[in-house]
Ligand binder design. Structure first.
Ligand code: HEM
Length: 117
């Protein structure tokens, strides 16, 4: 089962790459006012949700302790990100503030994951 947990942590990290990489790929477009939500960002956010929930289940199945408050905060932040990228997925361009919120909240979740012990 441990190998499955590690596998899902790997998939969780691939999700971060898609979400954060999608945000970073829009930096030049952001300066030109043409930044948009890319498909990779939406798929990355969905991957975070699916793999995150799977990780909770797999850890609980092994009786490993999970910090429910930390996971709850990460989930709440991801739901905001998911809401933005889902609603704005077809817009030709997106407000700077919304795009920065997606990038900033994703980075916040990364630091919550690694610093909240
Ligand atoms: C943008 C959103 C998210 C980011 C950037 C993120 C980031 C990370 C990172 C970097 C790790 C590996 C480091 C570690 O083990 O501490 C991790 C682990 C984990 N994540 Fe996430 N995560 C996100 C969303 C979620 C969500 C929504 C859930 C659950 C519903 C979740 C549940 C977990 C669990 C259970 C682990 C492994 C156990 C732990 O260390 O807490 N994550 N996450």
């Amino acid at each position: 089962m441990d190998v499955l947990i590690h596998l899902f942590v790997g998939l969780h990290i691939i999700g971060i790459a898609a979400l954060l990489g999608g945000f970073l790929s829009q930096m030049t477009a952001l300066k030109q006012g043409t930044a948009r939500i890319t498909k990779g960002m939406l798929h990355g956010a969905l991957t975070m949700l699916v793999t995150g929930v799977a990780l909770v289940g797999l850890n609980q199945a092994q009786d490993y302790s999970i910090d429910n408050i930390k996971i709850g905060v990460k989930l709440a932040i991801l739901i905001v990100v998911l809401g933005i990228v889902y609603v704005k997925r077809d817009d030709e361009k997106v407000d700077k503030g919304l795009l920065m919120a997606v990038g900033g909240l994703t980075m916040a979740n990364i630091f919550i994951a690694v610093l909240w012990t």
